[in-house]
Design a protein around this ligand. Structure first.
Ligand code: ATP
Length: 824
């Protein structure tokens, strides 16, 4: 190395950097070789396929897949391959830590993967507990070039020979400009964070922490860790990461790929159900109603209620005898079928048909049917048929059906035979099959929810679970938002407006309704003699048994969403099951309603979980009910008894239930305590709001002083769009990165400001959309409105004021808020 760096004498640090650069160069050279090897393997896989045997194709697929994955991981590691070095006391051992493991051809380690056990000390060693580490060094690189170093001397007594350099680059890195998307923190994970990332893979890991403590970052790094350490288990059944909304999932979507993990599924709460998307927030009152556990009971009643448009009477004619079932009898039959059927509502249609037939036979007999039939058979059938035709019923007095084998020799002197004939005839009648289709329609979730827009129907389903005003509010919301889509010329319409809470309800309905009885994979030939085939559809199974180009006369499914559902379920002949995952990460879990927990629970019946939350940021009113639903979703047999590992007991256990929880149900709880996002100046404002929102709550410790004081501006009157714009313009001059302009929910200025042509790095948000996001600068408009617009308004405001890393401007028309926020 030259003793000069760009014309100045080389410093100790320069020399250290140059030494590290030599090791990094060796690692990169080896990385190049490994890439070449992976590419060669891909080529070899394709070459083998030319051999053409079946076995070689399978081998090729496996080989190409492996090699392609490897090549991808190697590409990801290209940027910042090596970021750490440990100097250990034992034998002067040196370990380099990086994005992936790199070994020489002789298997000597050049770089240890950050997720490997041997890298743990890099994150865990502290001066109090050095774990055999003398010096920890963080390497900062740009591309392949090391540009800076930062050392921690953890064991000064053993480190006399080691050079120590550094100037707080970690803290400086926290002040970096935000470019809009979250980045990985792999080089600077802190000890308390590492404990969460490497927590046991079974059971539930519950992480709490104030805004900015790295909960989201940690949860994502944990996914990368789990996929690395338990690839077979989590890779095959998959990992689901759930965040509050699409803006948030877009914000975090680059972190896992940057860690070389593209296989996890990332979804917002509005995107968990195939074919529908929730995009709007309900008012707090509506969200409370839709999200409450009681909604599970209400929906169950709704799917078992008399279907909309279902006929009130069933009439069939057999041998001139008119047999009727009235509404009261029909309701009884329906309730009985629901009571007895374990499976889903749609699948029970077959049982409903049999119950109707039994009831018709009973009614026929009660009418003295068998004798009357005998008389009628001798009468003038043409008169009967004229009457039937006038009633819209088909003439049915056709020649007798052949008696099934053994039927004639029945022990009750022909009663069974008569019954068999009766059932066979009635089953065939159009009047019966049409009735069945209308009375027990195969229903779709959206259609059921839409029907609850009828207050009378909702009232019936609600029982005592909702009062009158609640019924009015809910029915009004669904009647307005879920009105049948206006279909444009192409048959597509704008679709219903669904809220985040609606999605959980649709999933609940999907579980209740279930698929129609599973159709066979191969379509049977059109079954003309099948009495349950009407217009090319088997009305019991919903299976299309006609030609491909057949179109139904009566279409139950009217929206594109429902058509999509139908195609998923029926037309393909394959019933796609709801996906289940091996691990589920729930971010911002404090905001999940009981119904949303039920939705997640259905996706993780065998899963282990990482749940990340800050109760102080919760907009949800009834946290206890949400906790209970969470415990059920996480698979706790008895919510009160699940604890484990270093987890705390959750109290209230009865003696009989005190038993060792299974590993799947063990719970490990962690608290993160350092705020890496906010400057100390901004954190002070957030703490003042926290004191109002949740007196006595502990704020996290902010670590970075910026010297930039937050600005609180009192406006002469509530009109604010111009003032908001001015504040943003000022900040555009001062910061290079992202700016969040955060307004009260439903503020009419949101639309105007979005149309105002502000640069892309300015995001204009409703306060509920700001959850989990981060900006270099934030402008909060009308805290007085945010604080009062919902029962948990102060907590929502706490979320808003804790978004910025550098600059915070608050605009208020209420001078008392100036005092509150500035502590004046
Ligand atoms: N160890 C770390 N090194 C560097 N940056 C970090 C570290 N931990 C967290 N950060 C950064 O701090 C910021 C806040 O992290 P994150 O969004 O994960 O916090 P959070 O606890 O989820 O916040 P919120 O509760 O507001 O959603 C992010 O920019 C993240 O990259």
């Amino acid at each position: 190395m030259s003793s000069q760096v760009k014309g100045r004498p080389a410093t100790v640090k320069d020399r250290e950097i140059a030494a590290e650069q030599r090791h990094v160069d060796v690692a990169y050279a080896r990385l190049e070789e490994m890439r070449a090897e992976a590419q060669a393997m891909i080529r070899e896989g394709y070459r083998q396929s030319l051999a053409g045997t079946k076995a070689s194709l399978v081998d090729r697929d496996a080989m190409v897949h492996q090699a392609a994955m490897r090549a991808k991981a190697l590409d990801v590691a290209d940027d910042g391959l090596v970021f750490g070095r440990l100097d250990l006391a034992a034998g002067g051992e040196v370990r380099y830590v990086g994005r992936i493991g790199v070994r020489t051809p002789d298997h000597d380690s050049l770089v240890i993967d950050w997720r490997a056990p041997a890298a743990e000390d890099f994150y865990r060693a502290t001066p109090e507990d050095p774990r055999g580490v003398i010096r920890r060094r963080v390497l900062h690189s740009r591309g392949h070039t090391v540009v800076d170093l930062e050392d921690d001397l953890l064991d000064p007594s053993a480190g006399e020979d080691l050079t120590v350099v550094g100037d707080g680059a970690f803290l400086a890195s926290l002040a970096r400009t935000r470019e809009g998307a979250m980045r990985d923190i792999v080089a600077t994970i802190q000890r308390e964070q590492d404990e969460v990332i490497r927590a046991p893979a079974d059971g539930t890991v519950l992480v709490r922490g104030a805004p900015g403590t790295g909960k989201t970052a940690v949860a994502l790094h944990r996914v990368a860790y789990l996929l690395f350490r338990h690839r077979r288990r989590f890779g095959s059944r998959g990992v689901l990461v759930v965040g509050p909304n699409r803006r948030f999932t877009a914000y975090i979507e680059r972190v896992l790929p940057s860690l070389g993990e593209g296989s996890a599924t990332l979804r917002s709460l509005g995107d968990l159900v195939d074919g529908v998307t929730g995009t709007v927030h309900d008012s707090p009152e509506l969200a409370r109603l839709k999200g409450a556990e009681a909604m599970g009971r209400i929906l169950r009643r709704a799917v078992t209620d008399h279907a909309p448009g279902a006929p009130d009477e069933l009439r069939v004619v057999y041998k001139g005898v008119v047999v009727r079932l009235d509404r009261a009898r029909l309701d009884k039959i329906r309730n009985e079928v629901h009571r007895r059927s374990r499976g889903s509502v749609n699948a029970a249609r077959g049982r409903a048909a049999e119950a109707l037939l039994d009831a018709l036979w009973d009614a026929f007999r009660a009418l003295g049917g068998p004798e009357a039939a005998a008389t009628a058979a001798e009468g003038d059938l043409s008169v009967w048929n004229a009457l039937l035709a006038a009633d819209g019923l088909a003439a049915i007095d056709e020649p007798e059906a052949p008696v099934p084998a053994g039927g004639a020799a029945s022990s009750n002197g022909g009663g069974d035979t008569m019954r068999t004939q009766f059932l066979a005839r009635v089953r065939e009648q159009r009047a019966f099959t049409d009735f069945l289709v209308a009375w027990w329609p195969l229903r779709r979730p959206l259609e059921v929810l839409r029907a609850l827009g009828d207050p009378e129907r909702l009232r019936r389903a609600a029982g005592r679970d909702l009062d009158r005003s609640e019924v009015r509010l809910l029915a009004g919301a669904w009647a307005g938002a879920l009105a049948p889509e206006e279909t444009a010329g192409d048959g597509r319409g704008p679709g219903p407006v669904l809220s985040y809470q609606d999605i959980a309800l649709l999933d609940e309905l999907d579980a209740l309704l279930g698929s129609p009885p599973r159709p066979s994979r191969r379509r049977p030939a059109p079954a003309e003699d099948d009495p349950f085939v009407v217009d090319g559809v088997n009305i019991l199974t919903g299976e299309d048994v006609a030609d491909d180009d057949w179109t139904p006369e009566m279409q139950e499914l009217t929206t594109s969403i429902e058509r999509l559902e139908r195609s998923r379920r029926v037309d393909d002949g394959v019933v796609e099951e709801r996906p289940e995952y091996a691990h589920i990460v729930v971010d911002e879990a404090q905001d999940l309603s009981p119904m949303q927990w039920r939705m997640l629970g259905r996706r993780g019946r065998q899963a282990s979980w990482t749940v990340v939350e800050d109760p102080a940021q919760s907009a949800w009113e009834d946290l206890d009910a949400a906790r209970t639903a969470m415990d059920v979703a996480l698979g706790a047999e008895d919510p009160a008894s699940s604890s484990g590992g270093r987890g705390r007991s959750r109290g209230g256990r009865s003696r009989a239930r005190r038993r060792k929880p299974s590993p799947r149900r063990a719970r490990y709880e962690y608290e993160l305590t350092t705020n890496y996002r906010n400057s100390t100046e901004i954190a002070a404002v957030a703490t003042r709001v926290l004191e109002l929102a949740l007196p006595g709550a502990h704020p996290a410790r902010a670590v970075r002083e910026s010297g930039i004081d937050p600005v609180v501006r009192v406006l002469p009157r509530p009109g604010h769009p111009a003032a908001a714009r001015d504040a943003v313009e000022e900040l555009l001059e001062r910061v290079e990165g992202t700016i969040g302009l955060i307004l009260p929910t439903g503020d009419p200025a949101i639309g105007d400001l979005r149309a105002a042509g502000l640069p892309e790095r300015v995001q204009i948000l409703d306060v509920l959309e700001a959850k989990g996001l981060e900006f270099d600068a934030a402008v909060i408009v009308a805290p007085e409105t945010v604080a009062t617009q919902s029962p948990r308004g102060l907590r929502v405001l706490y979320v808003a004021v804790s978004r910025a890393t550098q600059h915070l401007t608050v605009l208020t028309a209420d001078p008392t808020w100036y005092d509150t926020l500035t502590g004046a």
